[in-house]
Design a protein around this ligand. Structure first.
Ligand code: AMP
Length: 208
């Protein structure tokens, strides 16, 4: 299965990506996680990406497409994959279409007010990538990841000013992908403003 998880920041892509990856035994590839690792390592790619990420804007298409072209050619992707956070522009989607055929595009949809509240209360595990919400999905021990006990962090780009720019980037650059993929016929829209369990159940049916 070659899947794309589409949706605005805070739609629950990261949480559902971990779930689907385990369910289907395919790698979940998050461009955001790859870029954050590059920033942490201080690589050339990380230095380029950092300023875009900090401002809440998108990293240039050429950089992302080159990065993903080599990633998708990896042996680990041979049996399928799930993309989280890529493509994010129509240019990226066209480049992806020239590399592989996508089976399904799963679009998580949530209202803007819900996104803002979710991102403001989000806590992330930098180690295993688990995602928590202070109110709706708190960790068992305050500030610690349930799975690996790592200290949870607030992502730098979850600051209120940056959230606004990320939402704009989604609206103007990424949401046209809904149209793009509905014309290719493999788009499935999912109401993301429900419990994690209800969404998981829907996704399991869709990919089962
Ligand atoms: P995410 O973790 O998916 O929310 O991504 C965090 C940040 O990484 C985004 O706000 C962008 O700056 C950058 N980024 C991630 N994926 C892409 C992409 N496909 N195209 C451009 N920038 C990206």
């Amino acid at each position: 299965m070659r899947l794309i998880l589409l949706g605005p920041p805070g739609a629950g892509k990261g949480t559902q990506a971990v779930y689907l990856s385990e369910l289907l035994s395919i790698p979940a590839i998050s461009t955001g996680d790859i870029l954050r690792a590059e920033v942490k390592a201080g690589s050339e790619l990380g230095l380029t990406a950092k300023r875009y990420m900090e401002s809440g804007g998108l990293v240039p298409d050429d950089t992302i497409i080159d990065m993903m072209r080599s990633r998708l050619a990896d042996q680990e992707c041979a049996g399928g994959f799930l993309l989280d956070g890529f493509p994010r522009t129509v240019t990226q989607a066209r480049a992806l279409a020239s590399l592989v055929t996508i089976d399904k595009v799963l679009a998580l949809e949530i209202p803007k007010e819900v996104i803002i509240s979710r991102l403001g209360a989000r806590r992330s595990c930098p180690e295993c990538k688990a995602v928590y919400h202070l109110e709706h999905q708190p960790p068992q021990e305050e500030g610690k990841c349930d799975g690996c006990s790592t200290d949870l962090i607030i992502r730098a780009d979850d600051a209120p000013e940056t959230i606004r720019s990320r939402l704009e980037a989604y609206e103007y650059q990424t949401s046209p992908l809904l149209e793009f993929y509905s014309s290719t016929g493999n788009l499935v829209r999912i109401d993301g403003d429900r419990s994690i369990a209800a969404i998981k159940a829907d996704l399991a049916k869709l990919v089962g």
